[in-house]
Write a protein that binds this ligand. Structure first.
Ligand code: CA
Length: 438
């Protein structure tokens, strides 16, 4: 059960002034983890937390002797090039570290000792936060499943298993990139519906999918399972995820075993991991299913889960074309999907993943699936916005799109806000499309 403590107090301020600015993604109530190196250096990545427009180098807290107990052990786990060892430790360690960092960074905290432990974000390059061993992508938005299903199977959009089982496919971990890395348009087998034979060519229906990414903390032994009420102790935190999708490749290859090359050429994630504990103020009851929908099977539900298994997160996806960037124009927002309407929760996804005995490991990663609401401005993919490429969107400068073109930059963001809690943000997940190598 999500508990609020002093670290969530909306009145709490930091001695890092930029963290106190209204609308900042990284106030002291957030404290997301990441890995960074100084811009232009070949340094090994180092563990840090975001505070305002700065990164705090975690090891400085150790060398100055400012941490003790489980918090000290937690920072010792960040001395390698990834956060996997920290993820493996579990919530007692994460929580101890969060509490001590919050005290050190709060107004009247350890400004004298830690002011040299800060580096401006403008002077760092963020790295992959974890070595992701395995990646799974779910399909948890019933609105997206229905919209996309209509386009791929007009007569049979929502398959009969959807409301009983969290559907997913095993994705490709090796091609997950951190925000800022360009994404190359894939080549693939393409077959137009009226063509007799497939041809090889560059994808010409390249799309994004706006998703929430979840990093696994402590795993489970192979053959063991994680119950729905234990699930939150196995989640380290969350980021924004763009599941790039080649719709023309997908249409030809996806039956009978699901997506393959349509999805495995690239996936982009935002660099900061917003922790499970930082999300505590934004837990809420799970999505209320219509009364004639089946109830989740017993292993996927509990009273605690019903009351607090939902997450109140707003996401945003925007496009900046090459011309827009050259002309100094702001990215055009295409959709603002909300996570609270997801049919399956992040906890149900994790529990279902293990119910057959599959072992999850620290640093494993899963995506929620495209997040789409019921309104046109809440759609998480171009496939849905353009109704499978039938209707184009027009930008203020007159350019139009059905799918993405080379040079387009896709920028995703997410944030949580409500009365009585500090607004927290996830930072950006951005990537520019490079041309295919024909
Ligand atoms: Ca997806």
């Amino acid at each position: 059960m999500a508990k609020l403590n002093d670290t969530h107090d909306p009145q709490l301020k930091s001695w890092v002034e930029s963290a106190n600015v209204e609308g900042c993604d990284f106030p002291i109530q957030n404290l997301p983890f990441g890995m960074f190196r100084r811009l232009g250096s070949d340094d090994l990545p180092r563990g840090c937390v975001a505070i305002g427009d700065q990164v705090l180098i975690l090891t400085h807290c150790l060398t100055k002797g400012l941490l003790n107990g489980k918090a000290e052990q937690a920072v010792e786990a960040t001395l390698g090039p990834t956060l996997n060892p920290l993820m493996a430790l579990g919530p007692d360690y994460w929580s101890a570290l969060r509490a001590q960092l919050s005290a050190l960074l709060s107004a009247g905290g350890a400004e004298a000792e830690l002011k040299d432990a800060l580096v401006p974000m403008a002077q760092v390059e963020m790295c992959m936060p974890a070595d992701i061993g395995d990646y799974t992508d779910f399909y948890a938005s019933v609105n997206h499943a229905t919209n996309a299903g209509k386009l791929f199977r007009p007569d049979n959009p929502l398959l009969p298993n959807y409301k009983h089982i969290p559907i997913a496919y095993h994705g490709r971990a090796s091609s997950i990139n951190v925000s800022g890395t360009p994404s190359k348009r894939p080549m693939g087998q393409l077959k137009a519906p009226d063509a007799e034979l497939p041809v090889v060519g560059a994808c010409n229906r390249l799309d994004y999918e706006t998703e929430l990414g979840v990093f696994v903390g402590p795993g489970n032994e192979q053959g063991a399972t994680i119950s729905i009420d234990q699930a939150e102790d196995h989640i380290f935190g969350f980021c924004v995820l763009n599941d790039w999708s080649a719709r023309d490749i997908q249409a030809w290859e996806y039956q009978p075993l699901g997506p393959f090359l349509a999805k495995n050429f690239a996936t982009t994630i935002s660099p900061w991991i917003v922790t499970m504990e930082a999300m505590a103020p934004y837990r809420q009851p799970v999505y209320q299913r219509p009364s004639d929908d089946p109830a989740p099977l017993p292993y996927l539900t509990s009273d605690t889960h019903e009351n607090s298994g939902g997450l109140n997160i707003t996401l945003e996806v925007a496009i900046a074309t090459e011309k827009m960037r050259g002309d100094g124009q702001a990215p055009q927002v295409i959709g603002t999907p909300v996570f609270k309407d997801m049919y399956w929760s992040v906890f149900q996804m994790l529990t279902h993943h293990t119910m057959g005995g599959c072992n999850l490991q620290p640093g494993d990663f899963y995506g929620s699936g495209t997040i789409s609401g019921t309104e046109r401005n809440q759609l998480g993919s171009l496939l849905e916005v353009t109704i499978g490429g039938k209707e184009s969107i027009e930008f203020p400068n007159g350019e139009t799109r059905t799918f993405l073109e080379d040079g387009d930059e896709v920028i995703m963001r997410a944030w949580c806000e409500k009365d009585g809690a500090a607004r927290i943000g996830f930072g950006a997940c951005r990537s520019i499309i490079l041309p295919a190598t024909e």
